[in-house]
Design a protein around this ligand. Structure first.
Ligand SMILES: [Fe+2]
Length: 288
């Protein structure tokens, strides 16, 4: 049966999953809609340390306030996802080489490829900065799926998006852990307001772990009861035939592509033939 891996009708990602010891993770994705890649599987403790330092630097530059993981000192930014307990950083991939490693990482990308296909794109790279707050998302825990583009009707059985959450500080219940309703990706629908909170479980994992989860799985987060900051970086992917959230094209220097595998260029939309433009910018449809 091992030869079946080379059969043209089998996803090439499956071979990589087997070679990298990720078959149990694939099994968990099927059953629960989420799996945790351990720091030992990632095998590079330096990566999380570099990412943490880079995030703290960017957070300070953009808010004008020094951030401290232990004391919880932080600034604030307005924008999508921001509330009284957190804010999001956007558009920082080109600001530190460590962020180039995350979307193409060999221990996460095969699982994403398996579901979205090898032509999938990076939809966005964001960072959640979350602090102590008794309320957080409130009793509903902010439960949602990431397939919001499908407003109505059943969600696709084969997901159009997939997400990875790179944990830069320990996730525990009182640290405001991410949570999911295990198996909810199989329901193929959005949760109703308030639905599912009684079935949500925290995903507790040490810094350096990566959560990989299915676009249809219901997820949210518990409020952070402890002092200090919770930091995570989300590499969010979409299928090749969907519009990415973040427009990377025109922003990423050639030196970044020179030092990375060619896959990064493709993930960031640089190989995408749609979106005609010339030196003046996008070309109106009528002029093509
Ligand atoms: Fe989400």
């Amino acid at each position: 049966m091992t030869d079946w891996m080379n059969h043209k009708t089998v996803s090439p990602a499956y071979r990589e999953i087997c070679e990298r010891g990720l078959t149990r993770n694939l099994e968990e994705l099927e059953a629960y809609g989420l799996t945790v890649i351990t720091p030992e599987q990632i095998g590079d403790p330096n990566l999380v340390e570099r990412a943490r330092r880079a995030v703290l630097r960017i957070a300070e530059e953009r808010t004008g306030t020094a951030h401290d993981i232990e004391t919880g000192s932080h600034g604030k930014l307005e924008g999508a996802g921001s509330n009284a307990s957190q804010y999001l950083l956007y558009a920082f991939l080109e600001e530190d080489p460590v962020f180039e490693q995350i979307p193409v990482h060999e221990m996460t990308l095969p699982l994403v490829d398996y579901y979205l296909g090898p032509g999938c794109q990076l939809s966005s790279l964001t960072c959640f900065v979350k602090w102590q707050d008794d309320v957080g998302y409130g009793p509903g825990l902010g439960l949602h799926d990431d397939s919001g583009l499908y407003r109505t009707g059943p969600l696709p059985a084969s997901p159009h998006v997939f997400n990875t959450n790179w944990i830069l500080t320990d996730y525990t219940l009182d640290n405001g852990a991410f949570c999911i309703v295990p198996g909810s990706h199989k329901l193929r629908r959005h949760p109703r307001p308030g639905e599912g909170a009684d079935k949500a479980v925290p995903v507790e994992a040490p810094a350096g772990s990566v959560l990989v989860f299915h676009g249809n799985v219901w997820h949210g987060a518990f409020p952070r009861k402890n002092p200090g900051l919770r930091l995570s970086v989300n590499a969010y992917y979409c299928g090749p035939h969907y519009r990415a959230q973040e427009n990377f094209r025109g922003r990423i220097g050639e030196e970044i592509f020179d030092r990375n595998p060619p896959r990064l260029r493709q993930l960031l939309g640089y190989e995408d033939v749609w979106g005609f433009e010339d030196q003046r910018g996008p070309i109106p449809y009528s002029a093509r």
